[in-house]
Design a protein around this ligand. Structure first.
Ligand code: FES
Ligand code: FES
Length: 208
């Protein structure tokens, strides 16, 4: 799973206009013409260039459609947290190394700090807010409580989403499979033993 995230980031670097390129380009008004030129190149290979001003987008998050306007440089994480008040996913490193912002998109985990909101359209984005059903916690959330899988809780939503993605694919993972799936997430409070226990003992987590 962590490997998928790394590969996903690598693919985006290879094929799309990168986030760094967006920052560089959008920040320099004098190169707007260059953006248009780049856009014509991109047209031939993929989606047309957008921006640099606000663009209207629609995000589908936990089954609900949200319409908003964002600059193309805005990440999915910031769009959710600062525009839509969906704050379960945390911004910690903001550079794709800690996993606190992990979401599930079409069954795969992604760092939402490393995806642009504009490129996240048309896909079903799942966050920790979509797990519980009423007052009933999702089995993975319950397992984190039962096995002391959290202390300050800041990393917890990301670990929970990575665990959910794992168990939906592999309902009874081995310890090695669980460790590998969760190695893209970091806990600075040292709850890894509890997190691993939760991942191995959560029951009925594959309902997603
Ligand atoms: S905040 Fe996204 S990986 Fe750390
Ligand atoms: S519980 Fe505090 S960072 Fe993980």
């Amino acid at each position: 799973m962590a490997r998928e995230r790394r590969e996903g980031r690598r693919r985006r670097r290879d094929t799309d206009v990168s986030r760094r390129d967006f920052f560089k380009t959008v920040g320099a008004g004098s190169v707007v013409a260059a953006v248009v030129q780049v856009g014509s190149d991109v047209d031939a290979q993929g989606p047309p260039a957008v921006g640099p001003g606000d663009v209207a987008i629609t995000l589908t998050i936990n089954g609900q459609r949200h319409q908003l306007k964002v600059e193309p440089r805005v990440t999915l994480l910031d769009a959710m947290r600062t525009r839509l008040d969906i704050t379960g996913m945390k911004r910690v490193c903001d550079r794709g190394s800690c996993g606190a912002c992990t979401v599930i998109i079409e069954g795969r985990t992604y760092y939402s700090c490393s995806l642009l909101a504009v490129e996240s359209q048309g896909r079903n984005i799942r966050t920790v807010e979509g797990l519980a059903q009423g007052n009933a916690l999702h089995p993975v959330q319950q397992a984190f409580c039962d096995h002391d899988g959290l202390m300050c809780g800041f990393c917890t939503p990301g670990f929970v989403m990575a665990t959910v993605a794992l168990l939906e694919k592999v309902p009874s993972p081995t310890p090695e499979q669980a460790k590998r799936a969760l190695d893209g997430n970091i806990c600075r409070c040292g709850t890894n033993i509890g997190v691993l226990a939760a991942a191995l003992k959560a029951k009925g987590a594959q309902r997603g």
